[in-house]
Ligand binder design. Sequence first.
Ligand SMILES: Cc1cc2nc3c(=O)[nH]c(=O)nc-3n(C[C@H](O)[C@H](O)[C@H](O)COP(=O)(O)OP(=O)(O)OC[C@H]3O[C@@H](n4cnc5c(N)ncnc54)[C@H](O)[C@@H]3O)c2cc1C
Length: 344
Amino acid sequence: MGGLVAAVCARELGAGVLVLEKGDRPGGSMRLSGGYAWRYRDWERFRTECPGGDEALQRLVWERFDDGLAWLRRHGAPILSEDTGNPLTTGVRLDVEQLPAVLAEQAGEVRLGLPLEALPDGVPVVLATGGFHAGTELVRRWITPEADELVLRGNPWSAGTGLELGLAAGAGLSAGLDEFWGRAMPAPPAVVEPGGFRSLGQTYARFARVVNARGEEYRPRSWSEIDVAQWIARQPRGRAWFHVADAALGERVRDRTVADMIASAREAGAPVERRDGETVVEVVAGITTTLGGLAIDTSARAADGVWVAGADAGGISTGGWASGLASALVLGLVAAESALGHAG
Ligand SMILES: Cc1cc2nc3c(=O)[nH]c(=O)nc-3n(C[C@H](O)[C@H](O)[C@H](O)COP(=O)(O)OP(=O)(O)OC[C@H]3O[C@@H](n4cnc5c(N)ncnc54)[C@H](O)[C@@H]3O)c2cc1C
């Protein structure tokens, strides 16, 4: 998302642009996402939800998000809904099936299947490789020793190239390298494939008793249950068990009931049992996108000649969750403008 936005913006500002895309299609995790691009309605709420984030960067994303959306609309972004469905937030639901092609068409030359492996000399570069959720060694190093157990819930190409190239160019690290956005997912033998990334999410920890293999319990703290996914990732084998009383089966999370979500886990093949009058669902942490990364300033600059957009930049959602699509959008615009010497 961040790279395509930066490319379109840079072309608009008169630059020649080359986009290198490691994957076999443009759009990365954005193409797999729910498409909800949003900001917290209230600035104070953003700070409360993500207290460890860099305040100046958060302010940048929060203040420029509405203009960023207007920019997307001007570039033909297809919008499915003018609402996020979450009273805490304001934004839209983008049509992520169409958006990659819409942006790629305006992004200049996009070379697919061609990973960036080294920084070119003498030209400004915007790193936007989507963080390191698919880089098992980096996940083990920064997030959890249980990295091999985690289920990949994002694009398979974002393995940390941006982070490594940025550091080699002299960039620093942001706060929150150990944080990620993810979901509790049905545990093996369930197989979680991209088509099930969203529909198989088990997001009812607040209505369950959450227990690890040692019998230790965890109480969810956040509306997004990001803390639950992070806690599960650090438990033995990246696993937990959701114990659900019958009375909770009818509770709703957005458009699904707890019973619907349990049925999806059962159908996918996860261990789901009746035990002592409860339904017990085995879940594993699914990693969607990393939240820590390169440290940037408010011009999205990380080092000489290197700007960063999207999940390669860390320190925005630290301590909680704020829309990754929103930061990719805003930082993509800011990175392109700054790299070309335009004030924001
Ligand atoms: C199932 C799911 C649901 C989600 N739902 C939402 C949601 O509703 N709202 C929200 O805000 N966020 C959501 N997200 C997160 C959101 O998609 C990401 O935060 C966002 O896409 C990050 O943008 P990005 O540009 O950093 O990464 P991406 O969009 O993933 O783009 C990074 C690109 O870099 C490419 N790449 C990787 N390495 C290299 C390399 N070495 N050389 C060249 N190219 C490389 C990748 O192939 C990819 O195309 C969701 C994600 C998933 C997977």
